[in-house]
Design a protein around this ligand. Structure first.
Ligand code: EPZ
Length: 437
């Protein structure tokens, strides 16, 4: 079977013997737009708590390609190395407007660069961004948003060319869907656009708020963060001297460990998280019969009812149930007593992983691209599987942990795009997992 790295997991069905503590890393989806925001600064941008994952390396390469000096733990010749998780980005005098197509295509988060590059250099050239195979992932909202701010859009040689020779100007823009990265990149563009921008039906995710709050600290005029209407009065570059932007805890990684604790653990403490960001998950788990102790920065899974209750899961924009936890949660639903339903409202290609769980013994039916039913409890058995994307890959790992026998998960580079030191962290809880190849 083709593979770029694989995890070999020895499952221990029904023993629920995982225990201990695990620390959550900084959030990929907060760090990526944080790096992109470097284009808004006249001097420097300092970041801390950045996760060591491959999407961040790709983002750093894109920024270097645009003319930035990017320093990290590894240091730069002649300079002392920064501590782990610390990064510093300084833009050069000459800033390119062209994103390296090979790198940008590799991950969807590259799209957060569009607004800052366009606003700073009055032009941006980029390919259709890639990322996980979880649906169509169009970019129409981005293009319409930049047009509203005064850019012209053309497409040739497999690349989009956005231009605003006179610079961007403020405007009112209504998002047809609450798009996270479109809100982030347009908010950043608006910081340098002249005049007032009003973003309506904007995303309210914690990552959007964290981004906006730091920009405010650095001098941006932004109001309405955390609501669906964000107003920005722009026109001036920001200053990042003497400021360090701390990346917020990864709520998806945190949620995945909490689900793992519910599946296979007792007294599992998930640390360094923000429990406020996980309320939809903790409410659902409590409803199912999982006993949790919730502190502001730590969730401990104490145990669970012998029979877990099934639930009707419906993904939703924040603060609703995150689409990125839908696949890991489905693994837990295979162990609940009775029929659960899953309604994936955000993406149309995000239920395919259920076919693999079925191969492992789950009873599941996919009704259409958005809806499925899972019936449990069913024992799972170890299989050789191929990770199709980051979150489904993690779900296969969780399934392997509670399956009988050995599970091999191929294509772990997907998982490593978003989860820092995942096998180390799992092994720390008692999971028998090794990486090969
Ligand atoms: C962000 O993706 C995250 N990625 C995703 O995490 C996450 O699943 C998603 O938000 C939803 O929470 C990053 O932050 C880098 P959207 P994003 O635009 O911004 C439609 C992960 O695993 N849409 O909020 O790309 C779109 O098809 C990733 O870490 C358009 O129609 O998602 C979807 O139905 C996967 N046109 C809806 O909006 C557009 O131009 C919301 O998607 C843009 C989006």
């Amino acid at each position: 079977m083709a593979s770029s790295g694989k995890f070999v997991i020895k499952g221990s069905a029904n023993s629920r013997n995982l225990t201990g503590e695990v620390k959550v890393s900084g959030a990929k989806n907060d760090a990526l737009p944080a790096f992109a925001s470097a284009l808004l600064f006249k001097d420097e941008l300092n970041l801390s708590n950045v996760p060591a994952i491959s999407d961040i390396d790709a983002m750093a390469k894109l920024l270097s390609g645009l003319g930035a000096t990017v320093e990290s733990e590894g240091g730069e010749s002649g300079r002392p190395a920064l501590p782990a998780g610390r990064w510093k980005v300084v833009l050069g005098k000459k800033i390119s407007s062209t994103l390296d197509p090979e790198i940008a295509k590799r991950f969807r988060g590259s799209i957060t660069l569009l607004g800052p590059v366009l606003a700073r250099t009055h032009e941006v050239v980029f390919p259709h961004p890639g990322g996980c195979v979880i649906g169509e992932r169009p970019i129409d909202i981005f293009l319409k948003g930049f047009e509203a701010l005064g850019a012209t859009v053309t497409e040739h040689d497999n690349r989009y060319h956005l231009k605003a020779p006179e610079g961007l100007h403020g405007a009112e823009f209504f998002f047809k869907y609450q798009s996270v990265t479109a809100t982030e990149t347009l908010m950043m563009a608006a910081v340098l656009a002249k005049g007032k921008t009003v973003l309506k039906n904007a995303a309210m995710e914690p990552e959007v708020i964290a981004l906006g709050e730091f920009l405010i600290q650095a001098g941006a005029k932004i109001t309405g963060l955390g609501s669906n209407t964000i107003e920005i009065v722009g026109g001036e570059l920001l200053s990042g001297q003497n400021l360090v932007r701390e990346i917020i805890p990864d709520r998806i990684e945190a949620g995945s460990f909490v689900i793992l604790g519910a599946l296979a653990g007792k007294n599992v403490a998930v640390k360094n998280l923000n429990a406020n960001h996980l309320q939809s998950l903790t409410n659902t788990l409590t409803e199912m019969g999982v006993q949790l102790e919730i502190k502001p920065d730590q969730i401990t899974i104490l145990g669970r009812a012998e029979k877990l209750k099934p639930v009707n899961l419906r993904t939703h924009e924040y603060p609703g149930f995150p689409t990125d936890l839908q696949a890991p949660m489905a693994v837990l639903l295979t162990q609940a007593s009775g029929r659960s339903t899953i309604f994936e409202t955000i993406f149309e290609g995000r239920l395919g992983y259920l076919e693999t769980l079925k191969m492992m013994g789950a009873q599941a039916w996919i009704h259409d691209p958005h809806q499925a039913t899972v019936e449990g409890p069913t024992p799972l058995s170890g299989q050789e599987v191929v990770s199709p994307d980051l979150r489904a890959g993690l779900a296969y790992i969780l399934a392997g942990i509670v399956a009988n026998g050995q599970t091999i998960v191929h294509n772990v580079h997907y998982v490593e795009r978003g989860y820092e030191k995942i096998e180390e962290k799992l092994a720390g809880l008692g999971v028998q997992i090794v990486k090969e190849g």
